[in-house]
Design a protein around this ligand. Structure first.
Ligand code: ZN
Length: 317
């Protein structure tokens, strides 16, 4: 296993130890004394322009419906999602990640790729209003659209059928690209999903539509509040046969390597807060555009989803 981060840190630490003067000549607290000094010497800066806000659009609603498990967040109507996206753009937030909840669910989740599906309508509405002012990312999965709540098409013997599911994902990607999504974001953790989506986008003429791959997505109870918001909790079983196991980091690097090879334009680690080691390893290994998904349970626990933190909801890239 390659450990570039560990090795480079060791060298850097050696250098620091030999080059630094010691106390009392050197007092690191001097640069922390005032807010101005701290701001001037901050190593990391986070701004709204680096953040994406996840928004939920529900077809059957006539007015926004607050989500009890996610304070300050609502399920939106088409009208209110546009208003919210406009407000976020005004705050300098880079864009939105759209999740749709259809009025009608079925076994295969066919509303996901319908041209008139709620997500496609929301993409069009936000793009019509904001154009290139906001990056519009479409979550690409089946769990909000299937009546059983699983991320794919079920077969009798294997549970979620990988290959039938990625064929459906390819159709969804084309519908989302046609509606105007800047990026599609496959979140189902099926093998080969990025390659199937890239091929479908290219052959439908959507060569410019980018893919943000949920490459390293771990099974986690931190998704609990989100599932209430997206109404996509599985009715039976769980997602451990396709999402990653918390014990594995090397496997995360293999997932990311495969997604990049298959054509992902950016990769993601989710949930970010619980897997900062994976985030660091992915960035160090690949130097690739990398998104960190701060998920609903973590945002609720840390207060960043209540309006008291970043003020941009539950997602931060
Ligand atoms: Zn899903």
């Amino acid at each position: 296993m390659r450990r570039p981060y560990t090795e480079s840190m060791t060298k850097a630490q050696d250098r620091r130890v030999t080059s630094l003067a010691g106390y009392p000549d050197l007092r690191l607290r001097r640069l922390r004394r005032t807010a101005g000094l701290r701001r001037a010497f901050a190593e990391t800066r986070l701004s709204p322009g680096e953040m994406i806000a996840p928004l939920f659009v529900k077809e059957a609603l006539t007015e926004p419906s607050p989500i009890p498990s996610m304070p300050a967040q609502s399920q939106h109507t088409l009208e209110s999602v546009v208003k919210e996206a406009r407000e976020l753009a005004g705050l300098g937030v880079a864009g939105v990640l759209l999740f749709g909840i259809p009025a009608r669910k079925d076994l295969r989740g066919s509303e996901a790729w319908s041209r008139s599906g709620v997500t496609q309508q929301a993409i069009r509405a936000v793009k019509d209003e904001l154009g290139d002012e906001a990056v519009v990312i479409a979550d690409l999965c089946l769990c909000e659209y299937t009546e059983h709540g699983h991320c794919g098409i079920l077969s009798e013997d294997t549970g979620v059928d990988n290959d039938a599911t990625i064929a459906a994902y390819a159709q969804i990607a084309v519908a989302q690209a046609e509606a105007g999504a800047d990026l599609v974001a496959p979140s189902g953790m099926m093998d080969g999903q990025v390659a199937a989506i890239r091929a479908a986008l290219d052959s439908s003429g959507a060569k410019e539509t980018a893919i943000l791959a949920y490459s390293s997505k771990y099974a986690s109870s931190f998704y609990g509040p989100f599932r209430e918001a997206a109404e996509g909790a599985p009715r039976f079983g769980d997602r451990r046969c396709h999402q990653q196991d918390s014990a594995n980091v090397e496997e995360a690097l293999r997932e990311v390597a495969l997604d990049i090879a298959e054509g992902a334009d950016a990769v993601m680690v989710k949930p970010a807060l619980a897997y900062l080691d994976v985030l660091r390893a992915v960035k160090q290994e690949f130097s690739y555009p990398t998104a960190a998904y701060n998920v609903s349970g973590a945002a609720t626990a840390t207060g960043t989803g209540t309006g008291t933190g970043s003020g941009t909801g539950t997602g931060a890239l």
